[in-house]
Design a protein around this ligand. Structure first.
Ligand SMILES: [Zn+2]
Ligand SMILES: [Zn+2]
Length: 345
């Protein structure tokens, strides 16, 4: 079968490898679609700093059950399924509290929990082996275009759920960056919160999509953005800001518009920073709750799938054949993907 391998520092290759056999408790999935994420670009850009090589990339995968290993119950050949992003232990204190994206056994203080396609073989291949407990049934959802729900919808869902108390009716939420995660985060906010939604992006096509996806206002993210959002909130600021870019320019917008006792969620890994002081005023108003994000919990994922089945959240996908992976990577880097790139074996 074909598999997109991280063959060396900053280098991928489409390789021909044996079809893997599922072991006890495992399932072989025939991949329908595999999402391409900015995190995959970060892996390539990390070069020699990335610690492991030789695995299949792709941490957003969906498809059909192809073969069952020994001792697997609850699945049958042909079932449409989606692969969970985070492979947690299920037994540690964090997992038992439902915080499986902070698993203390497969992850640590310095490392995210095990994630397929970022260590174990992932989904950019004809087939993938997955422990059965990390599969969710897709129900009526499409096994090709649903793959991005695994990360591009899960991760915003978690960030939004963690800021839920800031999103009551009458509040204002700002969504920065309407790419793969942002266009789904906006839909989740529209479907599950009472907040007025202001979307920011530098791309007019993405701003148009934002209007379709529930933004009350879609604004160009430029030097005037902070002033306009403060004007729209009578100078008070936004109750919640979701930054799906995380570059210095967007971090500056987020910290510049957040209201007192508001929330900022940095979801994009753009490397921006801000200084924080143990002071009453500045650089942030008092009481602001700031979090960065890694994935989401199983409970968040169950919610994502329910919203998708109800037709309230849908992925804008751009399909590429699996052997066009480098074209998809170039398009993503250049900002040419409207929604999420999905590789189809
Ligand atoms: Zn990702
Ligand atoms: Zn655990």
């Amino acid at each position: 079968m074909r598999a997109v391998k991280l063959v060396g520092p900053g280098t991928i290759g489409l390789e021909d490898v044996p079809v893997p056999e599922p072991g006890p408790g495992e399932v072989r999935i025939r991949i329908g679609g595999a999402g391409l994420c900015h995190s995959d670009l970060h892996v390539l850009d990390a070069g020699e700093l990335w610690p492991v090589f030789g695995f299949t990339i792709g941490h957003e995968g969906s498809g059909w059950v192809d073969a069952l290993g020994p001792d697997v119950e609850g699945f049958a050949e042909g079932d449409p399924v989606i692969v969970m992003l985070i492979w947690s232990c299920g037994r540690c204190r964090a997992c038992r509290q439902g915080r499986d994206n902070a698993c203390q056994v497969t992850g640590s203080r310095d490392a995210a929990p095990t994630t397929p396609g970022l260590g174990p073989d992932g989904s950019m291949a004809d087939y993938q082996i997955v422990p059965a407990r990390f599969l969710e049934p897709l129900g009526g959802l499409d096994p090709v275009t649903s793959a991005p729900l695994a990360d591009a919808a899960l991760t915003p869902m978690h960030a939004i759920n963690s800021a839920r108390r800031h999103l009551a009716s009458g509040s204002t939420a700002v969504v920065i960056g309407l790419g793969g995660l942002g266009h789904l985060g906006l839909q989740i906010l529209a479907a599950t919160s009472g907040a007025r939604l202001i979307a920011l992006d530098v791309d007019e096509v993405k701003l148009d999509a934002a209007r379709r996806h529930g933004a009350d206002l879609a604004l160009r993210s430029d030097a005037d953005a902070v002033g306009r959002i403060l004007d729209l909130t009578d100078g008070y600021g936004a109750d919640a800001v979701f930054d799906f870019v995380g570059a210095q320019a967007t971090v500056d917008v987020a910290t510049g518009v957040v209201a007192p006792e508001g929330a900022i969620r940095f979801v994009g890994l753009g490397g921006g920073t801000f200084s924080y002081g143990a002071t009453a005023f500045g650089p942030l108003p008092w009481g602001v709750d700031v979090q960065s994000s890694y994935g989401g919990t199983r409970a968040d994922f169950v919610e994502v799938l329910a919203l998708a089945r109800a037709g309230k959240v849908g992925v804008d996908t751009v399909r590429y054949p699996l052997d066009q992976v480098t074209v998809a990577i170039d398009d993503l880097r250049a900002g040419r993907v409207a929604g999420r790139a999905v590789l189809v074996p």
